[in-house]
Design a binder for this molecule. Structure first.
Ligand SMILES: Cc1cc2nc3c(=O)[nH]c(=O)nc-3n(C[C@H](O)[C@H](O)[C@H](O)COP(=O)(O)OP(=O)(O)OC[C@H]3O[C@@H](n4cnc5c(N)ncnc54)[C@H](O)[C@@H]3O)c2cc1C
Ligand code: FES
Length: 273
């Protein structure tokens, strides 16, 4: 397990800039932050604390986008799904109310200039880090027309940000399990079908673990490089509690820690059993 770079980690007591419902149970929140967060990399996350409104620990959320004013980072935007107590309380937080953030944390997606064609797979709220990632690819000069984004969800309401990505010139393919939007079925079926027609240099994926395992299997069978952003329950986010361990393969360690070694992993090290 690697050590955390404390110089890069910032803790800020700050305020909420906005908190809007997109469509239940999904919300978008803007949180003010200092320029220190400009070092954030796509795929990294922050730990959020509701300053007394929630009695328990901080919770991890991916950076959805950096908010900039005249080129300077003034905030971070998060996309979140209400799933339990913390996120339920978060949904009631109003503009101007105090919160506390710790970040940027984790490693982030790796991109090589040699990549000509990339596939991105997002399941449900797994789309959250992918906007920041796509914006960063564009700022590096990567032509987003050379990327395909596969978005999957249970139904239409679980398909988030599709128009935003389409407006950036990304080729979008959608699958829903109930067939209410896009192709009926699993997003990984769409990926399989497209791989029969087009090759990709790399697949990036974020979403539920069963989806990530299937993406990793497909990548392994097709011999394609693959990076997956995985989740685990996190108590500290900084390597202190060891509660975020996941089983590792092809690695000298038996366990990897999502907060320090991830959340983005080479799928070759990911246990797909
Ligand atoms: C690196 C990372 C990035 C994340 N990014 C986002 C994001 O951008 N948007 C978003 O909506 N969510 C994200 N999550 C998941 C988010 O942290 C959990 O949904 C949240 O902590 C749930 O808190 P709760 O009290 O509302 O739910 P709880 O009552 O604690 O739990 C409700 C359900 O969510 C599961 N859960 C709880 N905590 C986590 C967790 N840390 N990871 C996964 N499942 C959990 C529980 O097992 C349970 O099934 C991320 C998690 C990680 C590890
Ligand atoms: S969340 Fe505590 S060690 Fe990873």
């Amino acid at each position: 397990m690697r050590d955390i770079d404390l110089k890069m980690m910032i803790r800020e007591k700050t305020i909420v800039l906005w908190n809007k419902k997109i469509t239940s149970p999904y919300y978008n929140i803007g949180i003010q932050c200092g320029e220190g967060f400009s070092s954030s990399k796509p795929g990294q996350f922050l730990m959020l604390n509701l300053q007394g409104r929630h009695p328990f620990l901080r919770r991890p959320f991916s950076i959805h986008r950096l908010i900039k004013k005249k080129g300077t980072v003034v905030g971070v935007e998060l996309l979140y799904k209400v799933v339990g107590e913390f996120t339920g309380i978060l949904a009631s937080v109003k503009k101007g109310e105090p919160v506390d953030i710790l970040g940027p944390l984790g490693n982030g997606f790796l991109f090589k200039n040699s990549f000509r064609r990339i596939f991105i797979v997002a399941g449900g709220i797994g789309v959250a880090p992918m906007l920041f990632f796509a914006l960063s690819l564009r700022s590096k000069g990567f032509d987003l027309c050379r990327s395909t984004l596969f978005i999957g969800g249970k139904g239409q309401k679980d398909i988030l940000c599709a128009d935003t990505f389409a407006n950036m010139g990304i080729d979008i393919l959608i699958a829903t399990e109930d067939g209410s939007r896009g192709k009926k079925g699993l997003v990984t079926d769409l990926l399989n079908t497209r791989l029969k027609k087009n090759v990709a240099d790399i697949i990036y994926a974020c979403g539920p673990v069963p989806m990530l395992k299937q993406v990793a299997r497909i990548a392994r069978l097709d011999g394609i490089e693959c990076q997956i952003s995985t989740e685990s329950v996190m108590a500290c986010g900084v390597g202190a509690c060891l509660g975020c361990a996941v089983k590792a393969i092809n690695s000298s360690n038996r366990y990897m820690h999502v907060c320090l070694d991830g959340p983005v992993f080479d799928s070759a090290n990911f246990d797909i059993s």
